[in-house]
Design a protein around this ligand. Sequence first.
Ligand code: 3NM
Length: 218
Amino acid sequence: MKNLADALLYGILDLGYTPADDVERVTEQMLAGGVDILQLRAKDWDESAVESLCNRLLPLTEGAGVPFIINDYPQLVPSVGAQGAHVGQDDFTVSDARWRAGRALAGEVPPVIIGKSTHSFEQAVAAAADGADYIGFGPLFATPTKPGRPAIGLENIARIHETVQIPIFCIGGIKWENLDAIIEAGARRVVIVSGLLQAPDIAAYARRAKERLLNNAI
Ligand code: 3NM
């Protein structure tokens, strides 16, 4: 299984873009393109429907050795055998999410991964202090994938990287076209949602972004 510490490109399978009958194909494309983590984001889906999606996708991510993260349903982590959960600012605390995600896996190695969305410098510092394994930081640009959330811009990216030691995944409106600018502002790791899911060739898009991030990391 790939290590979180080595992850550069984080893919989110968002059911707002991908129809449920296409999730396996899209997941395979993302994995073929080299995403290092894959999150299932099924907003407003009920728990049993999310659980069955997880059961369909986990054999694919496990085959690729890529951690599978569930958005919003940490309690499903033990039952489906996912690697972790991602929670928003207004959802669970990190420790509550970790307890829900880990209670059936006490002593399991590696421990479950808990990620947290952050939307400011202060929130990023707080999430790291609360024990998050990684943070999302954004939205850098306004994005239809997360409507109503104001853009935070690129100003704080470098400062966050100097201050917070856990992996930081910049997110929100990131596309191939603005990747250079984001990297120049100090980003090392990114999440791309609509750019990837709406690409005519998802694997090729992911591969190109990953190569850009890898060149920067060397
Ligand atoms: N979380 P796209 S922005 C899911 O800032 C999500 O926490 C965000 O999608 C945050 O790449 C976002 O299509 C949407 O802009 C990212």
